[in-house]
Design a protein around this ligand. Structure first.
Ligand SMILES: [Zn+2]
Length: 435
């Protein structure tokens, strides 16, 4: 994996971040944290709009009887969304669909209620459980998503009144009629088990939520709960079968080219199934997880597909996620079953090498070759050096800098932020030193 995208992937990657605000991203449940951007609006079909208040998209459908809104953004997107919707239509908000319970999709509705709207709120039956899990693991989720505390000391969704709870739950499929028009809510599984995508047959439009994002599906996130690569591929097939002319994705630009949509959905399904099939074949053949991942190969036309860039996740992580789903947590190495601590192992490696400084010198040699495989190996040595002596300033610098170089070789956000964990460990060790 290199840091350079093909040009088309770069354009898609830039679009995917939307109207991003770093402040909002750190305060995603704060109703006062707006994106600071004017919402983007595109009429993608008659009386049908793509709205992008910040990092995430919303779909608005106007009928004679009232409005259907699919998703409602982050908590802080609410007021700007109300204003934008009101500029586009004076019809009442009759129905809202949550495509899933993620922080950037389902938390802006409060502003519509405060403005006097009383919509029915539709969601898949698993969505309330998703919210309950968030509440139970609120601090964990705040930490792994890098959230800052609000005035009540919360970093994540915790209190019932932070969300407008759904009023109608459905299982596989629900037909909703508004203004004499039918909208079909379909359950899917992908990034989450509570996903919904909406089909408006008369407008040949799909509001896809995060089942379509314009980059490689986020189906392997290293620190998150199980993702569903197989069902994600199934959802892509189900959408493609309807031959949509418009897709409003969960992030990034709307897609209004029928052939491009068909191509993207087919490529996405194929990409995911290649990973799933490889993982399951490896498990069946008794191959250990590390080797299954190391032998995964993605055809060039999928790897370089303009709408499937590994901008957020990457195929290796998706493969790990499939392996986890179908097998246990053990990686198969007997010493790893009930291991010595990493600190003990590192101290012993440093002792055998002849000291932490010998490890550091070898890191320099490996890093100097410029080969990605050598830098990857250097990361192990740098980690051993740091864990063997966390108070050694040279080991600290080496640990931080070697992983920073490694992070820069990966285009995917999940690889970058998690590789950079070494810098946080060093910061903590430096603090300890100065006590
Ligand atoms: Zn999202």
């Amino acid at each position: 994996m290199t840091a350079t995208f093909p040009e088309q992937q770069r354009a898609s990657a830039t679009a995917a971040f939307g109207r991003f605000s770093p402040h909002q991203a750190l305060h995603i449940f704060d109703r006062t944290a707006d994106s600071g951007h004017e919402p983007g609006v595109v009429e993608v079909a008659p009386r049908t709009w793509w709205i992008q208040p910040g990092m995430v998209n919303v779909a608005l459908f106007e009928t004679d009887e009232g409005l259907l809104l699919v998703d409602c953004g982050c908590a802080g997107d609410g007021p700007a969304l109300v204003e934008t919707v009101r500029r586009l239509s004076d019809k009442p908000l009759r129905a809202v669909v949550y495509t899933h319970a993620h922080s950037d999709h389902a938390f802006g509705l409060w502003a519509f209620l405060e403005a006097g709207e009383i919509p029915e709120v539709y969601a898949h039956r698993n969505l309330p459980d998703h919210l309950r899990r968030y509440q139970r693991t609120s601090d964990l989720n705040g930490r792994i998503n890098g959230q800052r505390r609000d005035t009540e000391g919360r970093t994540w969704f915790r209190d019932d009144d932070q969300v407008v709870w759904p009023t109608v739950l459905f299982d596989d499929r629900l037909e909703l009629t508004l203004g004499g028009e039918t909208f079909v809510l379909h359950h899917g599984k992908g990034e989450t088990d509570d996903a919904t995508w909406v089909w408006a047959p008369q407008r040949r439009t799909i509001a896809a939520g995060d089942l379509v994002t314009g980059y490689l599906p986020n189906a392997g996130n290293p620190k998150k709960v199980q993702r569903y690569a197989e069902e994600w591929a199934d959802a892509a097939d189900a959408m493609a079968a309807l031959r949509p002319a418009v897709v409003v994705p969960g992030h990034g630009d709307p897609v209004t080219d029928e052939a491009a949509i068909a191509d993207e959905l087919a490529a996405m399904a194929r990409y995911l199934r290649i990973i799933v099939d490889h993982a399951i074949a490896g498990l069946n053949a008794g191959v250990l997880p590390d080797e299954i991942v190391a032998t995964l190969e993605i055809p060039a036309e999928l790897r370089d597909h303009p709408r499937l860039a590994p901008l957020y996740d990457q195929p290796e992580f998706i493969c790990r996620n499939v392996i986890r789903r179908y097998s246990g947590w053990w990686d198969g190495y007997p010493s790893h079953l009930l291991p010595s601590s990493q600190d003990e192992q590192a101290a012993e490696v440093a002792r055998l090498a002849g000291g932490v400084e010998v490890l550091l010198a070898r890191v320099d040699e490996l890093a100097a070759t410029g080969r990605p495989d050598d830098l990857r190996l250097a990361c192990h040595l740098a980690e051993w050096a740091f864990l063997a002596d966390r108070s050694d300033p040279a080991a600290q610098a080496c640990y931080r800098d070697t992983f920073e170089r490694r992070a820069q070789q990966h285009p995917g956000l999940m690889a970058q932020v998690n590789l950079r964990t070494s810098a946080a460990w060093v910061a903590r060790a430096e603090k300890e030193n100065h006590r």
